[in-house]
Design a protein around this ligand. Structure first.
Ligand code: T6T
Length: 316
C-alpha cells in the first residue's frame, strides 16, 4: 500500500507579511476555537498549540462547541470580541456561514489563522494550515484500489456535513481518483452530519441496497467510527473494505482488529503548532505564509505500529 504522502510544513504558497517592528507585543493571548469538544483530532491539535505557545511565552485558551455545528460555534467567536485576544486560531465548522463572525473579529484587529478547515473567502485569515485533503482523498482511492485487487464492485463515500471544507475535498479527491480504477464505481457521496449513528445507518442501508458493495470511504473520524459499527452490525467486517480518515484510539483499534483495512492519518499536533507560529508571526509583524500543508500518512495493520506517532491523543 502507499505508505505516505503529503506536503511538508512550510512548503506552500507564501505571501509577504510586514516587517518586524522589533517591540515585544503587549497582548500575548491567543485563542483556539476548534470544531467540537472532546474529540481526539482537536485534542491533539490543542496539545501542539499549547506546547508552541508556552515555548514562545504566549498563553492560549481553547474553546469548542458541544457539536460540530456553526450555529453553536459562531457565538463563541462573537463573544471573543469582549476578550480581544491578539490572535484567533479557528477551525471554522462551515466554509461560508462562519465568515461574518470571523470578519468581525478580524476588523477588531485580531489576527485570524485557520487551522484544519477554512472559509471559501480567503481574505479573512492571514494564514491557513491544513492537510492536503484532496491528496488525502486520492491516497484513500489508491489504497481502496490496492485492497480490492482487481475485483469489481461499488463503493460508498461518506462525507460529514455539507460546508466542511476538508471532508468535501477528501470526497472529491477520492471520487476523481477512483475513476482511474474502472472496475470500482462510486455510488455517490452521502452525508452523516458528523454523527456516528447516521454513518452506521448509511452503511447498513447501502449493504442492503447494493449487493456488490465492496468498499466504504469514510472521510473523517466520527464517520469512520460509525461506518465500522455499521459493518459490524451487518456482519460484513473484512468483506467490505473500509478506508477511514484520521487515527482516533477507536479507529486505531478497529484497524488492529480488522474493521478498517486502512486509515489516512493527519498530524493535528503539527497543525496546532504551526498555527501558533503563524499567529505569532502575524502579531509580531513578521512574514506570514498564506497556505501551509501538513503531512498525511496511510496506516495499515502491517505498518501501523511503526507509525504510532500519528495516533491521536485524548489528553496532552
Ligand atoms: O478529520 C478531522 C478534521 O480534519 C475535519 O475537518 C473534521 O473532522 C475531524 O475533526 C475528525 O473528526
Amino acid at each position: 500500500l502507499v505508505a505516505a504522502c503529503g506536503g511538508q510544513i512550510g512548503q506552500n504558497n507564501s505571501s509577504g507579511g510586514g516587517q518586524s517592528s522589533g517591540a515585544a507585543p503587549a497582548n500575548k493571548n491567543l485563542e483556539l476555537v476548534v470544531g467540537v469538544k472532546n474529540e481526539p483530532f482537536y485534542i491533539s491539535m490543542q496539545c501542539g498549540a499549547e506546547t508552541a505557545a508556552t515555548q514562545a511565552g504566549y498563553t492560549i485558551t481553547t474553546q469548542a462547541p458541544d457539536k460540530f455545528d456553526p450555529t453553536l460555534q459562531a457565538p463563541i467567536v462573537t463573544a471573543l470580541g469582549a476578550k480581544k485576544p491578539a490572535a484567533l486560531l479557528i477551525a471554522p465548522t462551515d466554509d461560508k456561514t462562519m465568515a461574518p463572525q470571523m470578519k468581525q473579529i478580524k476588523d477588531m484587529g485580531v489576527k485570524v489563522i485557520e487551522v484544519d478547515t477554512a472559509l471559501q473567502d480567503t481574505s479573512v485569515a492571514a494564514s491557513s494550515i491544513s492537510s492536503d485533503n484532496t491528496q488525502g482523498g486520492q491516497l484513500a482511492a489508491q489504497t481502496m484500489a490496492k485492497l480490492t485487487n482487481g475485483k469489481s464492485g461499488s463503493v460508498l463515500v461518506l462525507d460529514t456535513k455539507a460546508g466542511t471544507s476538508t471532508t468535501a475535498a477528501r470526497a472529491k479527491g477520492f471520487e476523481e481518483e477512483l475513476k482511474k480504477t474502472p472496475n470500482l464505481k462510486s455510488i455517490g457521496v452521502q452525508f452523516t452530519e458528523n454523527e456516528p449513528s447516521v454513518a452506521a445507518q448509511k452503511v447498513t442501508a447501502a449493504i442492503s441496497s447494493t449487493p456488490d458493495l465492496i468498499g466504504v470511504f469514510a472521510t473523517n473520524l466520527n464517520t469512520g467510527e460509525g461506518a465500522a459499527t455499521g459493518l459490524r452490525s451487518a456482519g460484513k467486517v473484512g468483506q467490505v473494505q473500509l478506508v477511514g480518515f484520521d487515527a482516533s484510539p477507536s479507529e486505531v483499534e478497529g484497524l488492529r482488529t480488522g474493521a478498517f483495512q486502512a486509515l489516512i492519518a493527519q498530524d493535528p499536533g503539527m497543525i496546532g503548532k504551526t498555527g501558533v507560529a503563524q499567529a505569532i508571526a502575524a502579531i509580531e509583524g513578521k512574514s506570514v505564509q498564506r497556505n501551509i500543508s501538513a503531512p498525511l500518512v496511510a496506516l495499515t495493520k502491517d505498518d501501523m505500529d511503526s507509525k504510532a506517532e500519528f495516533f491521536y491523543k485524548t489528553k496532552c
